[in-house]
Design a protein around this ligand. Structure first.
Ligand code: 13P
Ligand code: SF4
Length: 322
């Protein structure tokens, strides 16, 4: 995060964080004032990988939605993980549960199941592999199957279908993220007309016609990387506005515009500085993130397999000298 003046409340949080020997992890969609006091800010894959490396802290505060905090609780086992708002539940994760996954398996016996990380731990325990928006294509390709069951996001499924040629069957054909579903082709066309020199980047949770109108499709982590690279100076971003704000602060020399200002994830915004201060101060047992023992080991396995696939892909890129 760039060096900026901090508020009294932010200073209090940082002091308590120091006293508690706590680590604060935050997703790219968090309020900017929360991102500023976090030790690490990233996309869901980067946060999962970071969680697997945690050591030497007495607690973790996870500023994000519950499914992400669950992954951290599984990977950083031994370090208690607190979520500041128990209401920070991703509605996309509600589109499929274990029963829907089992029913899809019965309809398509033998087809491997890939679920998006935006699912509960109980749903992940039913699948063969999990993916994030930054590695969905690689995960599906790694299975070498002609047909794959995929969910819960229909737009990410369509992206994977187009990129891989694999027969991707939706576990829930209506599953979507209400934030990204709001992006319309007209938003992109209007912004392009106003800023013809801008690069348009869209998240793969956006509808296919929005993805089709973008120059680049990628996860929030990919967006951060692309915007940081020279020489381009102007970007139109089709994802949740928290990332746009982060990018505007990080690159005051560049023009970074939201494709649609109404794209606000209400669940991500439930985490506040006050909420973080409260969990650091009171350690409320109801805010401790727990994952049922019966699914923990299986979920750890699929998350580790996903993280390992990503590391292998990175090593291959380094080996190729890119
Ligand atoms: P990223 O993995 O791109 O951060 O996306 C997470 C998410 O919740 C998108 O809405
Ligand atoms: Fe869930 Fe959409 Fe919010 Fe991401 S932006 S956490 S997918 S509701």
């Amino acid at each position: 995060m760039p060096q900026e003046e901090l508020s009294d409340l932010q200073r209090q949080v940082l002091e308590l964080k120091r006293q508690r020997n706590a680590l604060i992890l935050a997703h790219n969609y968090q309020r900017y004032e929360v991102q500023q006091i976090a030790d690490f800010v990233g996309d869901s894959l980067q946060l999962a990988r970071k969680s697997a490396e945690v050591s030497g802290f007495d607690m973790i505060v996870f500023a994000g939605v519950k499914f992400m905090a669950e992954m951290t609780a599984i990977l950083a086992e031994g370090t208690p993980v607190y979520i500041p708002s128990r209401e920070a539940l991703c509605p996309l994760a509600g589109w499929i549960g274990p029963a829907k996954v089992r029913a899809a398996k019965e309809r398509h016996p033998g087809a491997p199941v890939v679920v998006y990380v935006n699912t509960t731990a109980a749903t992940k325990a039913e699948c063969d592999a999990i993916c994030t928006s930054s590695n969905a294509v690689e995960v599906v390709e790694s299975l070498g199957a002609e047909t794959v069951l995929f969910g819960p996001d229909k737009n990410l499924a369509e992206y994977v279908r187009r990129q891989t040629g694999v027969k991707v069957i939706d576990i829930e054909p209506l599953g979507h993220c209400y934030v990204h579903q709001q992006f319309k082709l007209e938003h992109i066309e209007r912004m392009r007309a106003l800023h013809p020199d801008a690069i348009v980047i869209a998240h793969p949770e956006c509808p296919p016609e929005v993805q089709g109108a973008a120059d680049i499709i990628g996860s929030t982590g990919k967006m951060v990387k692309i915007v940081a690279e020279p020489p381009e100076k102007k970007f139109i971003i089709a994802t949740e506005v928290g990332l746009v704000e982060q990018l505007q602060h990080a690159h005051p020399d560049k023009v970074i515009l939201p494709a649609y200002e109404g794209a606000v994830c209400r669940q991500m915004k439930k985490t506040t500085l006050e909420g973080i201060l409260r969990v650091l101060r009171d350690l409320p047992p109801e805010n401790l993130v727990t994952v049922p023992d019966e699914v923990k080991d299986r979920v750890r396995e699929v998350i580790n397999a996903m993280n390992a696939l990503h590391s292998a892909a990175e090593s291959a890129v380094v080996a190729a000298g890119k």
